[in-house]
Design a protein around this ligand. Structure first.
Ligand SMILES: C[S@@+](CC[C@H](N)C(=O)[O-])C[C@H]1O[C@@H](n2cnc3c(N)ncnc32)[C@H](O)[C@@H]1O
Length: 290
């Protein structure tokens, strides 16, 4: 069953948090010349039109990236992220003012903008349509491999990466409840094979028991295995709907985070809660163990 299409959600508040953190992790990795590998186990289509029928249907990006796009008062890491989105829209640098928000980059597109020629990109996507779009976009790029395969199963063969420097992004749709256990298992597998690799997990903040338990489950895997500890960022932007459902926020968990990540995120989480909040009680949590 593959009903989930990220095109409906591209650029929403959860993508903003995830991609702000991803950009900072990749920037940190690029501080050293030594090559690194990014394994994106659930890559999506790579980029999304915000003017197509999918994105227009719920217009989630209007409560996400569109709220940051016009601002001139962004803290530096958010300005960095928005500049990359502008670049994806053909308007980076001097042409920034003229860019229109018509497309949103997926994680592979952020990677494509931030990886250097010596780095490796490994992208896994199961959905046939999204895989086809992704393969057409990045399939021919040097040092890039796009596979229509199960990213959970593929992880084992990717770790540790040849240069022993790497980042893993685990970002499934959680369309099936079994994804929660698979993500916990994948984190364990990744850290067992590569104890100092940075492993980033995205998870939805819902009112379900699986969602509520997820951060503690991830922490209990990382505590004994991750050599450099972990970081957990949660951004809550909405209240549950009348039936108690809905995506009220999201979590990003990073095992072996860059040592500067907490200090980078701390000043901007309240800003994100203020700008992306859809009710007065929007708030965040930022915690780490070293
Ligand atoms: C949340 S989206 C990914 C978004 C992307 N990482 C980004 O940030 O732009 C999750 C994707 O995982 C794909 N998917 C679902 N199960 C998968 C699996 N077992 N292996 C690889 N891809 C899978 C879905 O088709 C969907 O495109």
């Amino acid at each position: 069953m593959l009903a989930y299409r990220h095109a409906f959600h591209a650029g929403n508040h959860a993508d903003v948090l995830k991609h702000v953190v991803l950009v900072q992790v990749l920037r940190y990795m690029a501080r050293k010349d030594k090559p690194f590998t990014l394994v994106d186990t659930h890559a999506g289509a790579g980029g999304y039109s915000l003017e197509g029928r999918f994105a227009r249907k719920k217009a989630e990006y209007e409560l996400g990236i569109a709220r940051l796009w016009p601002r001139r008062d962004l803290p530096a890491p958010l300005a960095d992220y928005v500049e990359l989105v502008r670049r994806f829209n053909g308007g980076g640098g001097a042409r920034a003012a003229s860019a229109r928000l018509a497309q949103y980059p997926g994680s592979p597109a952020f990677a494509q903008m931030l990886l250097r020629p010596q780095d490796r990109l490994r992208l896994y996507e199961l959905h046939p349509t999204d895989h086809r779009i992704l393969a057409a976009y990045l399939g021919g790029h040097p040092n890039t491999q796009v596979a229509q395969a199960d990213g959970f199963a593929a992880l084992k063969g990717e770790l540790p990466p040849p240069s022993r420097r790497g980042v893993v992004l685990i970002d499934p749709s959680y369309e099936l409840k079994s994804d929660y256990a698979k993500v916990v298992g994948a984190l364990r597998e990744a850290l067992t094979r590569f104890a100092d690799g940075s492993v980033m997990v995205w998870a939805p903040q819902l009112t379900t028991i699986e969602s509520k338990e997820m951060p503690r489950r991830l922490q209990s895997v990382a505590d004994p295995l991750a050599k450099k500890g972990w970081l957990h960022a949660r951004l809550t932007v909405q209240q549950p709907d009348a039936r108690g459902f809905g995506l009220i926020g999201s979590h990003v968990f990073v095992a072996n985070p860059p040592h500067v990540l907490h200090a980078t995120l701390a000043p901007l989480m309240q800003f994100l809660a203020d700008v992306l909040g859809q009710y007065d009680g929007a708030h965040y949590l930022l915690e780490q163990a070293q």
